[in-house]
Design a protein around this ligand. Structure first.
Ligand code: ADP
Length: 505
């Protein structure tokens, strides 16, 4: 059955049409045959009766006078009628008077006559006909006929019907092949269009309507559906293009803003650099002249005058330190980094070497729990980061046992850079000041406490980290200690991942 289901519609329609015509013809043929069979049989019986009556009439004399010879002659006339196998005459008492058998035929003569009338068996038709004389029964005629003729005639009928069946089947085949196109052509057209649409994603295609029946309506609905999809497709495409254009516009805006920001940062760095550079010269003059004054005219001044001059000298020295910090900071924005593979173990070891005496004097213990990785970065600048953070960790620490730990942890997920840290057990930083400490010249303490300072160190550290595309942040608990964290490269954001997956190479 599934074989039939999978046949092409064209074949199915021909098969169905053939089955219907074939079935109808078979039924009609069988009806015709049955009718023929009964008609032939009736005719045969009627023939037999007529024949028997004729014989009965002709044999009254033979029966009355028991004239076997004349009886034999009468019966022998039956030889002209093919199909009759044998015949017999019986007298009134039912004993056989005379018998005739066609030469070569086998006839079963009953011992005594049976009931009047015809009886049909499978291979023969027998008939008993009463013989009357003046209204009185004087004997019986017996006739036996073979059914060969009946079967022959039926066979001819069957062959005729079969012949008609073949001719009609051929005609039906031709006709159904023509007719099925009425149905299959629009269906095939529809399926071809549907395939073309799905293969080429072309919703502008339409199926051809060939009729106004249900199939025509189906084609109409299909075409309407395509039109709706096409409309939606166009709208979707337009929306997508609009969105892409907006993204392009925004990206361009951002690029412009970014370039402007970079430019103004650069200008600011240039300005700070030039200003501090130019300020140094008059400052040096003030400092020199104050020194000359003190040396050449110190004798002539009283104690108060000399003290004021010395304050002036101290202030100019401080100003110089501040201007130097500003110079250092602004220079950071002007020079390119020298990026290379740097073994951070060597960098930290160098820093510790430089400040070894200071560390020993402060009684500080610096621990590195596990070897640091190698990073692509600027060797000198990253050295400055560790230098500043380790010095601060010891500086802002009042514990008798000053402990510093330098380490790192892996990026929290794939594509995230390692996070370095410098941890101390020092005084800590209150939460509200944790942003301010990265501002230039910002200090949290009176000028001379904790060994003094300019308040530029962390600002410079932050700028170096940011020039490496990294981030710096602080966690601290006042009285217990502080940890500075930083990274030295940008973490891949989700957007970067998506872009990488999009790009073909
Ligand atoms: P400076 O050390 O010259 O004052 P910094 O920029 O290095 O300047 O530090 C800014 C301020 O941040 C410091 O004045 C200090 O108050 C605070 N600070 C820096 N490091 C630490 C630390 N490890 N523990 C506590 N406070 C700190």
């Amino acid at each position: 059955m599934s074989g039939f289901r999978d046949l092409p519609i064209r074949r199915k329609l021909v098969l169905i049409l053939m089955a219907v015509t074939g079935g109808a013809m078979l039924l009609a043929g069988m009806g015709l045959l049955t009718f023929d069979f009964f008609r032939l049989r009736r005719e045969m019986v009627a023939d037999m009766q007529t024949l028997a009556k004729v014989i009965a009439l002709n044999s009254t004399a033979a029966v009355t006078f028991r004239d076997a010879r004349s009886g034999q002659e009468t019966l022998a006339a039956l030889g002209a009628k093919s199909g009759i196998r044998g015949a017999a005459l019986y007298n009134e008492q039912g004993s056989s008077l005379v018998r005739w058998r066609r030469p070569g035929a086998s006839a079963k003569f009953p011992h005594r006559p049976g009931p009047d009338g015809s009886k049909l068996s499978r291979e023969s038709l027998i008939h008993f006909q009463p013989i009357y004389l003046y209204g009185q029964r004087i004997g019986t005629v017996y006739l036996e006929s073979s059914l060969d003729e009946l079967w022959t005639r039926l066979q001819v009928r069957v062959l005729t019907i079969l012949g008609m069946f073949v001719v009609a089947a051929l005609a039906a085949l031709g006709l159904s092949s023509l007719l099925q196109r009425l149905i299959s052509a629009p269906v095939l057209g529809l399926s071809d269009t549907a395939r073309a649409v799905s293969e080429n994603n072309d919703y502008s295609l339409r199926a051809e309507k060939r009729s106004g029946d249900e199939l025509g309506r189906l084609v109409d609905s299909f075409n309407q559906m395509l039109a709706q999809i096409e409309e939606r497709d166009t709208a979707l495409l337009a929306a997508k293009e609009d969105l892409e254009q907006r993204v392009r516009d925004r990206t361009l805006d951002l690029q412009v803003a970014n370039t402007e920001l970079q430019q103004s940062n650069q200008e600011l760095d240039d300005f700070a650099y030039i200003a501090s550079h130019d300020l140094k010269e008059p400052l040096r003059g003030i400092h020199n002249y104050s020194t000359f004054l003190l040396e050449d005219y110190g004798e002539k001044l009283d104690l108060e005058g000399r003290a004021k001059l010395e304050t002036l000298l101290r202030l100019t020295r401080r100003m110089e330190v501040l201007i130097d910090s500003l110079l250092q900071y602004s220079r950071l924005g002007r020079v390119d980094l020298a990026i290379e593979d740097v073994d951070l173990n060597k960098i930290v070891a160098g820093v510790l070497d430089d400040i070894a005496i200071h560390l020993k004097a402060e009684g500080a213990d610096v621990r590195i729990p596990r070897p640091l990785p190698t990073m692509r970065c600027d060797r000198v600048r990253v050295g400055e980061i560790f230098h500043n953070l380790i010095v601060n960790a010891v500086k802002y620490n009042e514990k008798p046992q000053k402990r510093v730990e330098v380490g790192y942890r892996e990026g929290s997920s794939a594509g995230q850079p390692p996070v370095f840290y410098v941890r101390d057990n020092g005084i800590g930083i209150p939460e509200k000041h944790q942003d301010a400490i990265f501002r230039i010249f910002k200090r949290l303490h009176p000028r001379e406490r904790f060994g003094g300072g300019t308040g530029a160190g962390l600002t410079i550290v932050k700028k170096i980290v940011e020039r490496h595309n990294g981030r710096i942040w602080v966690e601290s608990e006042p009285g217990h200690g502080t940890t500075f964290y930083f990274t030295l490269q940008r973490g891949e954001s989700l957007a970067d991942h998506a872009q990488a997956a999009d790009s073909p190479d």
